[in-house]
Structures are given as C-alpha cells and as structure tokens.
Design a protein around this ligand. Structure first.
Ligand code: MG
Length: 279
C-alpha cells in the first residue's frame, strides 16, 4: 500500500474543493479517482467542500460516480448545505425568500424551511438568502429589497465569489447578486457562509469528531479554499490543477506584502505528490 509522505502522516480526513481539484469542467483530473481510493484504503475519511450552491448534493454524488469515485450525498458540504445547516440553528422552520437555484432551495426545504414566492407574503419572510442565481432578475431583487426594508427579513449569503469559472472563461459569480441586494438595501449580509469563511470546514470536523491538526484541505483557489482552511486551523494544500498557475504562485510568494492567510502550507502539482514514490 502506498504511504502518505511524511508531512501528512496521521491524517484522519481529507477535504477537497471540487472544481479545479477533482474535476475541471466535465473532465476528471487525471488519477484523482485512484488517489482518492488510495486515501480511503488508508481509512482516511473524504469530504468535499464547494462554494457552488446551485446543485444538490445528490447531483454531486452522481457526478463523481461517473468519474469512478463513490460517495454519499452527506460527504458534500456545499455553500447551500452549510447555509441551510446554520440557518436552521438560528431559527428552525423559518420562512425564506431565496435568490438562488435548486441546490439552495432543496437544502433549505430538506431542513423544514418554507420557501416564500408570493410578493404579498413579504412581511412573513424571516430570512433573505442570496446565492448564485443564473436567472437573477429585477423582480426578485425588488422582492428581496422589500422583505429586508419593509418586512422583518435578515439578510444572509451563501458565498461572495466574484466570478464563476467555466470552461476557458469566467461568468459572474454569486457575489454579484449579493452586492445587488446590498446596494439596494444599504445592508450587508449578516454572514456569508461559504469559503473563505471556515464555517464549512468547521462543520465537517465537528460532524466527524476530528481535530484540525488531523485534517487536510485541498484547494485550487487561494482567496477561498486556502484562506478558509487556514482560518479553520487545518493543513492547507494548494493543488496546481485549477485556477492558480505556478507562475501566479511564484509572484505571490515573492510579494513581501502578501496577506499571510493566502499562503498554503504546501503546494503540489497534482495529488500524486502526497504519496511516497515507490522505488
Ligand atoms: Mg476550485
């Protein structure tokens, strides 16, 4: 059995970002399936932590199955599932107006919350929750504004990514919708639950009863994955298979004014590098 490199021995859980770490667009990153299996063979627990709130956890489990990686929906912690978990702690069975997609709505409904659609119900809304919505429109923005300014709704967000990387280009991210609500209400979200906040990683550690020193966070993005991991106190590993290129990383390391929270504990070209090479 292949051993983990010395620095990573004692690991109990490996947490992976999805896009740029497990797959890129519709393609599995080479060897990731085998490397995940090697970790499982060593009884290391696997969890996935993504800022994408648009898909359900079952959809992610189905997607990984296509890549020959077996997983359960409960292995995934998306910004939608994390938000739903935290909102339930704040107020169970609440009335929620959502700017977002099916992943967010389904997670909230699964926890017993009611999704409000009708504008006449604005005064009943407890929370306005904003995530990525690729059918974002003026009408929904006006409803969110009304719930917050004229009703009693508190404003929360799933994540504030500026961009959404898709094949060879960028699209607007959830942060654009969050800003729109912020600008028309003059109110900032009380909490944004996704990365770079450590909420998701902390939830994973808590649910698995594992201390941060025994956990690894693998990510391809410094300003979300790596900051979140550093804030949660886990070992952070930047994988150069996604949005951060070796050249970008060199520039960052050589910048004396760089925010230390952005720096990973380890940088690897791909997941093969976490195992000892056999002679
Ligand atoms: Mg990523």
């Amino acid at each position: 059995m292949s051993e983990l490199i010395k620095e990573l021995q004692g690991t109990k859980i490996a947490i992976f970002d999805l896009d740029g770490v497990i797959y890129r667009g519709k393609d599995l990153i080479p060897n990731v399936d085998k490397n995940i299996q090697r970790l499982k063979d060593k009884s290391i627990k696997i969890a996935y932590n993504s800022n994408n709130s648009t898909a359900t956890r079952q959809t992610y489990a189905d997607l990984l199955k296509k890549f020959n990686i077996s997983s359960k929906p409960s292995d995934f912690y998306t910004s939608a599932s994390i938000t739903s978990e935290e909102i339930t702690r704040i107020k169970p069975n609440s009335n929620i107006f959502v700017i977002g997609e099916i992943g967010l709505r389904e997670e909230l409904k699964a926890k017993g919350h009611k999704i409000i659609h009708s504008e006449s119900d604005y005064s009943k809304v407890d929370f306005v929750i904003v995530g990525l919505d690729r059918e974002f429109n003026y009408h929904n923005l006006a409803m969110a504004q009304r719930c917050i300014l004229e009703g009693k709704a508190l404003f929360y967000a799933t994540n504030d990514d500026a961009t959404l990387p898709v094949k060879n280009r960028f699209l607007p991210g959830a942060g654009v919708m969050v800003k729109a609500v912020e600008v028309c209400t003059g109110i900032k979200p009380i909490t944004t639950f996704g990365k770079p906040q450590p909420t998701g990683i902390e939830l994973i550690l808590q649910e698995n009863n594992i201390s941060p020193e025994r956990a690894l966070m693998f990510g391809d993005r410094l300003n979300t994955d790596i900051i979140a991991g550093n804030r949660a106190g886990v070992k952070t590993i930047l994988v150069l298979t996604g949005v951060t290129s070796p050249k970008m990383m060199e520039e960052i390391k050589n910048n004396p004014n760089i925010d230390k929270e952005l720096l990973p504990n380890m940088i690897i070209d791909n997941l093969d590098a976490i195992f000892e090479k056999k002679n």
